[in-house]
Design a protein around this ligand. Structure first.
Ligand code: NOJ
Length: 562
């Protein structure tokens, strides 16, 4: 057990840091999607003991924190984002004791732990929803969710025209206790995910209790699911989404269920709850909003601490566009006293080793499969992903990594229809492939069962044969591997304090180039179609091997700054 790390975390959690020096301002946070990370029990689904087993690997990678997607009690209709009990661990993932062991082992290694909180909706198996179904219209039990009478002569039409993010109607009609067709309830996601009514103080009080439950166990913070969706516009006016926009609504303004001003009151309240605890506990918003300016409202000093920078994630591999989004991020977030975050992949988007080489439009949530247009060329995608990550990890602020990107994993395209599990696939009747392709269980060991994911070879989604070439064990000692690149980038970022330094653009290297100084590093990325000359200098890290003093296409280099 590395004692210096224990001391570091123990000191850090003893008291809050001075404003500006909190860990989350510059942390690199690694997302674990537990069901696909590592399976210790052998049922083909990853679990908390599996996470504990690989903490040394994450320590060696060099991350500051882990964020775990939901592992709470859930019927798994949306891979755990349908929570039936917010204060217990689903047996699929282990027990509360396994969580405590994992957290202690992470802290012992100087790694902080962020838990996913899902406040917009519960599972339909949550005791509150079951009570609501059994109770009468107008009851206190129904008032915790969004029940409404239907339109039409006999209430046979949904209360408005809203569509589910996963496709189909956002309303489902219930059968009342006497067997008659009854009210409708709102579910912005799957039918099995009824939305809470956040105008109800009972709901607010319950979530304060849930926050405290995890904070009391030592959790360092929360990633807040659908943070932009909790409050709906009064009167629930009709709204027709743009069919070409990403499914979480990020491209549209004035949506009556996204980004309503009332949500800020909720996060001010939660900020107060976290502030009651020692150390710097943090809230990170998953909020898909149309502009960085708007997202920055989520991280004002008395609200959340971070928000995912999805505008950055959604920016094409284009130097001018990337310069613009970085500039705007480094203006808008610091303007409200917050760090910018950076992210390229997560469990809801096409992995960036594929996305950056797509040649057709692919809105968030649509996924790619055998019949998608613009299939990426693997080599181009991986090369761009390595270059893109080498830019991202040089930026000031906090960066999020998604499990498997350190191995250069591509999106898995060839998943057979009968193996697909994402509700998006079912609710759109196969029109959208959805997100399974970025959720395929990780390869740890090229020759082991399920590539080392599971002891007996089980895997909840099929793993492709190419996983053997991406497995961690074949990369760990190869200096040219993507894993070695990530380790080098993270070590240099940490040693040179790049997360808290200031960016200064460097001009004059061409329109297709991104070049900047940060601290004692000069970063140059060539996004053009021909190699470019680079200044002579000591190379710190490079995303591809360099020959001579030119920078090949789709390559990033970090140089000692002179
Ligand atoms: C966002 C999560 O990241 C996604 O995976 C989930 O399906 C929806 N929210 C609904 O909870």
């Amino acid at each position: 057990m590395p004692s210096h790390d224990m001391t570091a975390l123990a000191d850090a959690s003893a008291a809050a840091s001075t404003v500006g020096s909190e860990w989350w301002r510059s942390a690199v946070i690694y997302q674990i999607y537990p069901r696909s990370f590592a399976d210790a029990s052998g049922d083909g689904i990853g679990d908390l003991p599996g996470v504990t087993t690989h903490l040394d690997d994450l320590k060696q990678l060099g991350v500051d924190a882990i964020w775990l997607s939901p592992f709470m009690t859930s019927p798994q209709k949306d891979a755990g984002y349908d929570v039936a009990d917010y204060c217990d661990v689903d047996p699929l993932f282990g027990t509360l004791g396994d969580f405590d062991d994992m957290l202690e082992a992470a802290h012992a290694r100087g790694i902080r732990v962020i838990v996913d909180l899902v406040p917009n909706h519960s599972s339909d198996q949550h005791v509150w929803f079951q009570e609501a179904l059994a109770a009468a219209p107008g009851s206190a039990e129904r008032a915790r969710y969004m029940f409404r009478d239907g339109k039409g002569e006999n209430g046979e039409l949904p209360p408005n025209n809203w569509e589910s993010v996963f496709g189909g109607d956002a309303w489902t009609r219930v059968t009342e206790a006497d067997g008659t067709p009854g009210q409708w309830y709102l579910h912005l996601f799957d039918t099995s995910q009824p939305d809470f009514d956040w105008s109800n103080e009972v709901v607010r009080a319950e979530f304060r209790r849930i926050l405290r439950f995890w904070l009391d166990r030592g959790t360092d913070g929360f990633r807040v699911d659908v943070a932009h969706g909790l409050v709906k516009e009064a009167g629930l006016p009709d709204y027709t989404p743009d069919p070409e926009s990403g499914s979480m609504g990020g491209d549209e303004a004035d949506v009556p269920y996204w980004g309503q001003p009332g949500v800020h009151e909720v996060y001010r309240d939660w900020h107060g709850v976290l502030a009651e605890y020692d150390g710097d506990r943090a809230l990170c918003a998953e909020a898909w909003l149309p502009t960085i300016e708007k997202t920055a409202l989520w991280v004002r000093p008395d609200e959340m601490h971070q928000a995912f920078n999805f505008e950055y994630l959604e920016t094409a591999w284009d130097a001018a566009k990337l310069r613009a989004v970085i500039t705007e991020s480094l203006r808008a977030y610091p303007a409200v006293g917050a760090p910018s975050t950076w992210v390229l992949s997560n469990h809801d988007v096409v992995r960036h080793a594929s996305r950056l080489a797509l040649t057709a439009e692919n809105p968030q949530g649509f996924g790619i499969g055998p019949n998608s247009p613009g299939t990426p060329i693997a080599d181009v995608g991986l090369r761009r992903a390595r270059a893109a990550t080498s830019v991202m990890l040089a930026l000031p602020g906090s960066a999020y990594l998604y499990q498997g990107e350190e191995l250069g994993l591509p999106e898995v395209i060839d998943i057979s229809d009968d193996a697909r599990q994402d509700p998006t696939w079912f609710r759109t009747k196969g029109e959208r492939y959805g997100r399974d392709g970025c959720r395929v269980p990780l390869p740890w060991d090229a020759t082991g069962p399920a590539y080392g994911f599971s002891p007996d070879g089980a895997s909840w989604l099929p793993q492709p044969a190419e996983w053997a070439t991406f497995a961690r064990d074949v990369q760990v000692d190869d200096p040219a591997s993507t894993l070695s690149l990530y380790r080098a980038l993270l070590a240099e970022r940490r040693a040179r304090d790049l997360g808290v330094s200031a960016l200064e653009w460097v001009d004059g290297l061409g329109d297709d180039v991104i070049a900047f100084h940060n601290g004692n590093v000069t970063v140059i990325a060539n996004l053009g179609e021909t190699p470019i000359a680079i200044p002579a200098g000591t190379v710190i890290v490079t995303s591809e091997r360099l020959t001579g003093d030119t920078l090949p296409v789709d390559t990033t280099v970090w140089l000692e700054r002179h």
